[in-house]
Design a protein around this ligand. Structure first.
Ligand code: MOS
Length: 779
């Protein structure tokens, strides 16, 4: 199984990101297809680039779209998860007798009576599991590794009975002392292997710099809080096979994981997830409810549904609390001499999760000396996980706050400092970018925002009782691609079915797949149906890392090219064929016919080609081909401008305007792309002002495990958000020039807001979220 963890990617060769240092031949080498010699000719562009509405929109808003907890089967059993109130220790006794006497209760599943589970750590490594450590195994044994860990599942004929019976369980624990506080354990931080290459002597250059800024920033633990609860309906089939409807960002990842963890034959497990009510990274790894539902189904030989409570979802992954330390040394004209970035983040005691927080500054900004260090602190918590732009959302928040502080120290406009230190090459690797239109992001974003009217001094702009602040920041993310296969079945009447085991996690994947297929096959959009979210479909990685649009859409074009090739071969056999001597790359599919690109008059309708060949459809399957482009950096960029208004007496902060100008290669669908960035900006505002998971470290328990007390922005918190896409043609990265959009939109937003708060109030808040108690004049 190829390891496609992002860390692996950063070090590997297939989709090397911004900061790859060592580049050994990665596991992906075998999976990637041949170099893109003979790339398919570009499709017509009738739908690509347009604001096509979601093809699944009606199904979603009308309730026709089914989610994991909405599937049923005769005799459906409901499972209620019982979770641990202790944070570390052992379960010493589970007395289920009272629960089992409740009418309608079938079973209480515990580590003592569960069906067999694999012993071997490797059997539990899903495709995005951290390389180091032992994944958590639900109901495996009596050990408790984190608070709210599941210790039993009550299986009953309805939900209320299961929940009531769960309250009758008598469970005894042997608790050990727990540690969950990053700040208190910082002394135990250890350095993780990191791909970022230092250069020069950052310390000496910093010490010798006439203008310096050094500070520590902090991002608290944040949870994904997707709207849809984590849920699985596991259907036990008569022949012992499992059909599993799961909430996940990767059906084949879950299918392989379940089969190996539950010691089943891979072919006996089918996983489906056609719709998902928000993932943001929380569904990249298989979550424990899928194991619990499958165990229940195997135990009872019945269909079992398990839905987690909102509180139980706080025992899944999360964005790790992170301390970030920046040191910047500069000349009075703003030229950087030195950039040092250290991060200390949370992981679990049993797995080592880390992402690239520290490499972004050395990539972005021109400086002869740089040094990076990523450290981890292992705590008694679940393993931290990917959450929208993992590493960058946090690391770039700190970097861009520090750049703003350096600009203040230099008495220089912060945008001017970014331009002064701008680099057309990846500074870490000293390689060019496949494309980098960040300069245009700065220019167009500043223009749309009216940045030139900013008065430099803090507290110098107001609107009635409110202080007004303007801040900006840079965003950067990776443009990744993964091996992904697509099958196209084109019928004689011009209907096309496009299928791939990818997911649509709400990003618009269904729609962009249909747009690209319609253009590549020359058929109307309404003639294209898209199938995804089923593990039996052609191979796909998890949908994440912003890699899916580029991966699956280029696979569609490559597959459509094969469809066209076969149609041409068939067309040549037609007596007197106008395409008898046409080359494969001289023909296109357009208007339901195969035609010469240079002379649309020489064409044959698809229906005629198939009739002559006595075929009803042409079916092709192919994996995307992409050049690894090892001598290039592949990134998306953005420039974020934010306006805040701060109540001078109360310290209440409102983000009244955000302009996010994004360079992300070809935009496939202006409408869904704008929605992606807008949603990301809302998240960035939440990160800046609201989001914080609060622990009672004495007990290791989260105190605000609900979306009433875990604050996220609501409509009343959101004002104007202006999304701009700058032109960024990229002929190198892939045939369609796609870079991906899922994550770039959040990067830089929190820093832009924090910088605006400083500009408004003169107060620099370095620990997120910027709540009113930190801004209040009395604070
Ligand atoms: Mo995203 S954090 O790769 O779902």
């Amino acid at each position: 199984m190829p390891n496609i963890s992002r860390r692996g990617l950063l070090q590997g060769t297939a989709a090397v990101g911004a900061v790859g240092a060592a580049r050994p031949a990665g596991a992906l080498d075998t999976a990637a297809t041949s170099a893109p010699a003979g790339l398919p000719s570009k499709p017509m562009q009738k739908y690509i680039g347009t604001s096509t509405s979601r093809i699944d929109g009606v199904a979603k808003v009308s309730g026709a779209a089914k989610y994991a907890a909405e599937y049923s089967a005769p005799g459906l059993v409901f499972g209620f998860v019982v979770d641990s109130p202790i944070t570390k220790g052992r379960v010493t006794r589970i007395d289920s007798s009272a629960a089992l006497q409740v009418p309608g209760v079938y079973e209480v599943l515990t580590h003592e009576n569960r069906p067999p589970l694999a012993d071997d750590d490797k059997a539990w490594k899903d495709e995005v599991a951290p390389e180091k450590g032992s994944p958590y195994r639900p109901l495996f044994d009596d050990k408790v590794l984190f608070n709210r860990q599941p210790v039993a599942v009550v299986l009953a004929e309805d939900w209320d009975t299961a929940r009531y019976a769960a309250s009758l369980l008598n469970i005894a624990y042997d608790a050990e002392p727990n540690v969950t506080d990053l700040m208190a354990q910082e002394k135990d931080a250890y350095v993780v292997e990191k791909p970022e290459k230092p250069r020069g002597d950052a310390k000496a250059a910093y010490d010798a710099s006439p203008v310096r800024h050094e500070a520590e920033y902090f991002i608290p633990t944040e949870h994904h809080n997707p709207m849809e609860l984590y849920a699985t309906t596991a259907v036990w089939e008569k022949d012992g096979k499992l059909t599993v409807y799961d909430k996940t960002q990767g059906v084949q990842n879950v299918q392989k994981y379940l089969a190996s963890a539950l010691k089943l034959k891979p072919d006996d497990v089918r996983v489906m997830s056609p719709y998902m009510g928000g993932g943001f990274g929380s569904g990249l790894r298989p979550q424990f409810q899928v194991v619990l539902a499958a165990l229940g189904a195997l135990k009872l030989k019945k269909p079992v549904r398990v839905v987690l409570t909102r509180a139980q979802m706080y025992a899944l992954g999360y964005r790790p609390a992170t301390i970030e330390r920046l040191a910047l040394g500069a000349e009075p004209d703003g030229a950087l001499n030195s950039l040092t970035h250290e991060a200390i983040a949370v992981t679990s005691e049993f797995e080592e999760f880390s992402r690239n927080d520290t490499g972004w500054g050395g990539l972005l900004y021109r400086t002869p000396n740089s040094k990076f260090e990523h450290k981890l602190v292992a705590l008694d918590v679940p393993t931290s996980s990917d959450m929208r732009a993992p590493g960058a959302a946090t690391g770039v928040y700190a970097l861009e706050s520090a750049m703003d502080e350096l600009a203040v120290a230099l008495d220089m406009d912060p945008l001017e400092l970014r331009l002064k230190t701008y680099s057309d090459r990846d500074q870490n690797e000293d390689v060019p970018y496949t494309s980098k239109a960040l300069r245009d992001c700065y220019t167009r974003g500043a223009q749309a925002f009216g940045w030139s009217k900013r008065s430099a001094k803090p507290r110098s702009m107001r609107d009635g009782k409110e202080l007004v602040g303007w801040g900006m920041a840079t965003g950067v993310w990776e443009a990744l691609q993964m091996p992904t296969a697509v099958r196209i079945a084109l019928s004689a009447d011009g209907d096309a079915e496009v299928s791939c085991a990818t997911s649509d996690i709400g990003t618009g994947t269904y729609t962009i797949m249909a747009q690209v297929a319609a253009d590549a096959l020359g058929v109307p959009l309404e003639h294209v149906s898209v199938r995804l979210g089923d593990s039996t479909l052609p191979q796909s990685p998890v949908e994440g890392g912003s890699w899916m649009a580029a991966s699956v859409c280029n696979a569609i074009v490559a597959t459509a090219s094969d469809v066209r090739g076969e149609l041409l071969a068939m067309a040549k056999k037609i007596p007197g064929s106008p395409l008898a001597d046409a080359d494969a790359d001289a023909v296109i599919l357009t208007g339901g016919a195969l035609a010469l690109a240079s002379d649309a008059g020489r064409s044959v309708p698809i229906a005629d080609i198939m009739r002559n060949a006595k075929a009803t459809r042409v079916v092709k399957e192919k994996t995307n081909a992409f050049d690894k482009l090892e001598d290039y950096a592949k990134n998306t960029h953005s420039a974020v401008f934010a306006e805040v208004k701060v109540d001078e007496q109360l310290g209440i902060v409102r983000v009244t305007r955000v302009v996010n100008a994004v360079a992300a290669g070809r935009i496939l669908n202006l409408k869904t792309a704008t929605s992606q960035i807008m949603g990301s900006v809302v998240w960035g505002i939440g990160m800046a002002l609201h989001e914080e998971t609060l622990y009672d470290h004495r007990f290791g328990r989260i105190m605000n495990a609900n979306i009433a007390e875990y604050h996220v922005p609501v409509n009343a918190d959101i004002y104007d958000i202006d999304v701009i896409f700058v032109d960024e043609p990229d002929a190198l990265i892939n045939p369609l020039g796609i870079k991906g959009l899922g994550e770039i939109g959040i990067v830089g937003v929190a820093a832009a807001v924090a910088n605006a708060v400083y500009h408004a109030t003169g107060r620099r808040v370095r620990d997120l979220p910027i709540t009113l108690d930190k801004v209040h004049p009395a604070a």
